[in-house]
Design a protein around this ligand. Sequence first.
Ligand SMILES: Cc1cc2nc3c(=O)[nH]c(=O)nc-3n(C[C@H](O)[C@H](O)[C@H](O)COP(=O)(O)O)c2cc1C
Length: 158
Amino acid sequence: MKSVIIFDSVYGCTKQVAEALADELNRNGCEALLCSLKDSKPESVDCDYLFLGSPTRFGKPTRRMRKFLDTFDLSNFSGTAIAFDTIMQIPENDSNREKMKAKYIDDGSAPTIKSALTQKGIHVSDKVLRVEVSGLKGPLVDNALDAAKEFVNELISH
Ligand SMILES: Cc1cc2nc3c(=O)[nH]c(=O)nc-3n(C[C@H](O)[C@H](O)[C@H](O)COP(=O)(O)O)c2cc1C
């Protein structure tokens, strides 16, 4: 099995998630290739699992990820694509929680990536991975990377 993890990251949190996904995939014998859109574009996405992740910023993926989704040809991809993102944590007791969630999180990066991939007609996992950060620029919340690893284990056990 092979996987490719394509991600963007401004402050490094989404990168940490991407690396945790890669570690867990490799640990389970599913060779993982990381590709940061800051540095390059993937040469090929010939793999079983294609992860695409970006921080949610202003309710959507980064410009680099949006451009990638708009321009990269995935028509030959025959595996399963999976969307992930990082999002801000809104305290449970915040009186504006529901409004903030609806405006900045619910339709954020991972759901947007998922629907862009679905529109390309490829097979997309129903489940997306959403990982919280505790401040606007991070860091990741406690146990974030464990949750990412658990997500991988669930995915590949099916
Ligand atoms: C300018 C700006 C806008 C942001 N907008 C959102 C947002 O709309 N929704 C959200 O959940 N988080 C938002 N955040 C928090 C980001 O999700 C957070 O910076 C990101 O998860 C960190 O990931 P990175 O380190 O990979 O860049 C915003 C952060 C910044 C700096």
